[in-house]
Ligand binder design. Structure first.
Ligand code: ACO
Length: 322
């Protein structure tokens, strides 16, 4: 029973839907520019008193309602986020408390848009080591709280959301070999400036903002992800045409199209969350996978390649058999 099986999934986004015309009132931009340069039509933003931990809890509740899974014996919670409500306590501890999982250890992992994939790899490792049996992995971010709404080159991109999966020890696993790597030398191309601030112990006011060299990140992502798709397939004894679905981090639809161009992988076999949700960082992969499963596109037995990439710059991926 040391194999790891991803068995259930759920997601959550805030209620507030933000359409592209909202940005036309803030900055010099158009719906046409945003859609043609990024693919984004809508995204969801948290209210001022709504935070990453709230989305984490909702995503897990969605998973529990749909898959009827029992959380009583979860023994580890890993939350991937770069926008925790506050630096401490961790979001994982908040989830452990609010969803009453007394047996679970809990910590946050910090790898930006690659974080969910890192979480899956970590969970698989804990189960393979035999130290843990049931791990909850959550990718959640509220990038709207660290967005500079006067920076037109970045503010249109970001949305808030969370996705959760349960990874359990099983006789037959469904999580394959993985890649994990980083190009730390490119850190200055994508970072969050400044620090968070608490006000009279009240919910945090974020005074941090995302700063990026969009063009450099774009180029790095296309080259790196195209290369790593091949590496990941090969590590799992597969060729790219044996992959049923590709779920890259949804940073920009043009990045995904360029990766497909580069590798010859068909766009019809991509699951993305960029068009309806914007760039939701750690949440983008589980949201896209969740909706692919809900819509019936992803069928039992399908081979699904997950590949996260982002701030660090870091990347990680694996292949699951749903
Ligand atoms: N509306 C209108 N015009 C704009 C906007 C806007 N919102 N933003 C930029 N422009 C202008 C630019 O000023 C430029 O004008 P100029 O030619 O007069 O100088 C022109 O449009 C083209 O700008 P580019 O930067 O070349 O646009 P590009 O096609 O590269 O798209 C973008 C910019 C969307 C940022 C793209 O580079 C991108 O998606 N990069 C990747 C970003 C990314 O993945 N970030 C991850 C962050 S999240 C994380 O990891 C936590």
């Amino acid at each position: 029973m040391n194999q790891a099986r991803l068995s259930a999934i759920g997601m959550a986004v805030p209620e507030k839907k933000v359409v592209n015309s909202f940005y036309e009132t803030l900055i010099d931009t158009t719906d046409e520019w945003i859609q043609s340069r990024t693919g984004i039509k809508t995204r969801y933003h948290t209210e001022q008193d709504e935070f990453t931990s709230h989305l984490c809890v909702k995503a897990v509740q969605d998973m529990v309602e749909r898959y009827r899974v029992n959380l009583d014996d979860v023994d580890m919670i890993i939350v991937s986020t770069v926008t925790p409500d506050q630096p401490m306590p961790s979001m994982a501890c908040q989830v452990q408390h609010r969803l009453n999982m007394p047996r679970a250890g809990a910590f946050d992992a910090y790898a930006a848009c690659a974080g969910f994939s890192y979480g899956v790899v970590l969970a698989k490792g804990l189960i393979a080591a035999g130290t843990h049996q049931k791990v909850l992995v959550i990718g959640a971010d509220t990038l709207s709280k660290v967005t500079d709404f006067s920076d037109r080159t970045s503010c249109v991109l970001f949305g808030d959301g969370a996705g959760a999966v349960l990874i359990e020890a099983a006789d037959t696993g469904n999580i394959g070999d993985c890649v994990t790597a980083a190009n730390g030398e490119n850190g200055p191309d994508l970072y969050i400036s400044g620090f968070a601030e608490t006000i009279d112990g009240q919910p945090l006011k974020m005074n941090r903002t995302i700063v990026q060299n969009g063009k450099k990140v774009f180029k790095w992502a296309v080259i790196k992800v195209a290369e790593q798709m091949r590496v990941l397939a090969e590590k799992n004894g597969l060729t790219l045409d044996q992959i049923d679905w590709f779920v890259p981090h949804s940073a920009n639809l043009r990045i995904i199209e360029a990766i497909c161009n580069e590798t010859g992988f068909p766009m019809e076999k991509v699951l993305e969350s960029i068009v309806d949700y914007g760039n939701t960082s750690s949440a983008s992969i589980p949201i896209a996978l969740n909706n692919g499963i809900l819509s019936g596109k992803v069928k039992r037995g399908d081979k699904v390649m997950l590949l996260g990439f982002g701030g660090g710059l870091a990347y990680a991926g694996t292949i699951i058999v749903w």
